[in-house]
Design a protein around this ligand. Structure first.
Ligand SMILES: NC(=O)c1ccc[n+]([C@@H]2O[C@H](COP(=O)([O-])OP(=O)(O)OC[C@H]3O[C@@H](n4cnc5c(N)ncnc54)[C@H](O)[C@@H]3O)[C@@H](O)[C@H]2O)c1
Length: 254
């Protein structure tokens, strides 16, 4: 099956990376089920998208809402072929000793438990029929992110859940892979660098010489959901312009 005839479920699709992923699939004529807890940003955009798009208000941390979304999608499109677990949140930076338990729980709830719930609820409907899951982790899931312990822990958890899903469901025709974006210019990232020179300081850290765009991530997600990547299963792909390669640079002059 090519991407054009797929029924694709995307969580956190109202803005940022999720929206770019939706746009990428829409270009190839896929049928889209776009989920978000805040569907206001969809209202104008949905008119542009027009055909074959179902909007569903859904908080990925709430099992009943996720199950209701699945029922609505199956009633509308008849099947699900691809699940993109993209919904995620970050919190303002804190030293580990100052992280509020409430914030820790919320980040883990959305970024990890949300992926688990959607994988279980939507993924089950793909078992034995075939499908692909792409989870949006982060470079912070591969290396600890300073002052963002909960976020890093949640995204590392997503990578293990991805591997677990690939292992458990490979023989039942469902693949699972993850993408680890670097700094991608969306609301989530740009609110961290409002100070003068702060954006440039980040660019200076990226070997590719620029920050990432949501489209950079969407293109890789699209590939991982397509038949061209059929034999890739349980893989983590960095989309960070080489950022995570620079970890040892600070030692090069010692
Ligand atoms: N922007 C980056 O630099 C960056 C880097 C690495 C990974 N990521 C990851 O990419 C994904 C998308 O990030 P983004 O930058 O586009 O963020 P964003 O804040 O621009 O968009 C996130 C979307 O998820 C939705 N959402 C949040 N909680 C939800 C919930 N409980 N249920 C349903 N929807 C929910 C929001 O309403 C929003 O529309 C996230 O998982 C994020 O952790 C982003």
């Amino acid at each position: 099956m090519n991407n054009g005839s797929q029924v694709v479920v995307i969580t956190g699709a109202a803005q940022g990376i999720g929206r770019s992923i939706a746009t990428r699939f829409h270009r190839s004529s896929a049928k889209l089920a776009l989920l978000d807890m805040d569907i206001k940003p969809f209202q104008e955009w949905i008119k542009e998208l027009g055909r074959d798009v179902l909007l569903v208000k859904c908080n990925v941390t709430n099992r009943l809402e996720v199950e209701a979304a699945r029922d609505q999608i199956l009633a509308h499109f008849g099947r699900i072929d691809v699940l993109i677990n993209n919904a995620g949140i970050g919190k303002s930076p804190h030293h580990l000793e100052e992280v509020k338990e409430e914030d820790w729980r919320q980040v883990l709830d959305v970024n990890l438990t949300g992926v688990f719930l959607c994988t279980q609820v939507f993924g089950t409907s793909m078992l034995d029929r075939g499908g692909a899951i792409v989870n949006i982790s982060s470079m912070s899931g591969l290396i600890p992110s300073p002052l963002r312990g909960a976020y890093s822990a949640s995204k590392a958890g997503v990578l293990m859940l991805t591997a677990q899903t690939a292992l458990a469901w490979g023989r039942r025709k469902v693949r699972a892979n993850a993408v680890c974006p670097g700094i991608i210019e969306t609301t989530m990232a740009t609110r961290n660098y409002k100070g003068p020179g702060s954006r440039q300081a980040r660019i200076d850290l990226v070997p590719s010489g620029r920050l990432g765009t949501p489209e950079d991530v969407a293109n890789v997600v699209f590939f991982l959901a397509s038949p061209e990547s059929e034999y890739i299963n349980g893989e983590f792909i960095r989309v960070d312009g080489g950022f995570t390669l620079t970890t040892m640079l600070q030692y090069s002059n010692i």
